[in-house]
Write a protein that binds this ligand. Sequence first.
Ligand code: ZN
Length: 77
Amino acid sequence: MSCQKTSYILEKEQVSKISLWEKISMKFHLLICALCRKYKSDSKILGKILKGLHQHKTHHHLSDPEKSELKKKLNVN
Ligand SMILES: [Zn+2]
């Protein structure tokens, strides 16, 4: 499995379910590839932010104070 495919599966895992085969091939690649292990720990942080955003959207609309709080967290203006 290539690094490109591994990073694709890592990203997919953040937003949806991955198959058992994808999981196994990803884990195997992570064992042999330090670059992808680093990518995985980075993408975990991103995934948390994305999940937080998603939950906000499904539960209620953001109020203005919440929006600015979120922007602060994401470091955007
Ligand atoms: Zn790799």
